[in-house]
Design a protein around this ligand. Structure first.
Ligand code: FAD
Length: 109
């Protein structure tokens, strides 16, 4: 196991997560460059151009994300998501029985 790397530590998870979050926050357009579906990335690039990131607060960012997701939804003929329900949908993780809790699963980390 050692040869291939052991379980992810809190520090590794944190470092990787911060890198992703900070890069994304500083330059949301990066998503439109690395996204593996080219058609999606090209469209999203246009969406970002006409809807620059609004991240004055956590809720402003969540609302902005909801709006741009809805623009993609509209272009695909999908139902509009009611943005006032963003917190109910995304505000918490479903971590029952430590299913998504690194601490809980690994015990002593
Ligand atoms: P998804 O749209 O994947 O949504 C997942 C869940 O998010 C939903 O079940 C709902 O609970 C919640 N949700 C939905 N809308 C919102 C919202 N506005 N705010 C908050 N939560 C919401 N596919 C294409 O075919 N062409 C494209 O050009 C394209 N561009 C994309 C660009 C980006 C940046 C991304 C991330 C995806 C793109 N996709 C594109 C994929 C497409 O948007 C969907 O992810 C895919 O079609 C699966 O749709 P879904 O119905 O499962 O729900």
């Amino acid at each position: 196991l050692e040869k291939f790397g052991g379980p992810v530590s809190k520090e590794e998870l944190g470092r990787a997560s911060w890198t992703f979050l900070h890069t994304l926050a500083a330059q949301m357009a990066i998503l439109s460059r690395i996204y593996p579906c080219k058609q999606c990335a090209d469209h999203f690039k246009e969406v970002l151009r006409s809807h620059p990131v609004k991240a004055g607060s956590r809720s402003e960012l969540a609302q902005w994300m909801c709006r741009v997701h809805n623009i993609v939804n509209r272009s695909l003929g999908k139902t509009q998501f009611p943005c006032e329900r963003v917190d109910a949908r995304w505000g918490a993780l479903d971590c029952e029985e430590a299913a998504c809790d690194l601490h809980g699963q690994l015990g002593t980390r």
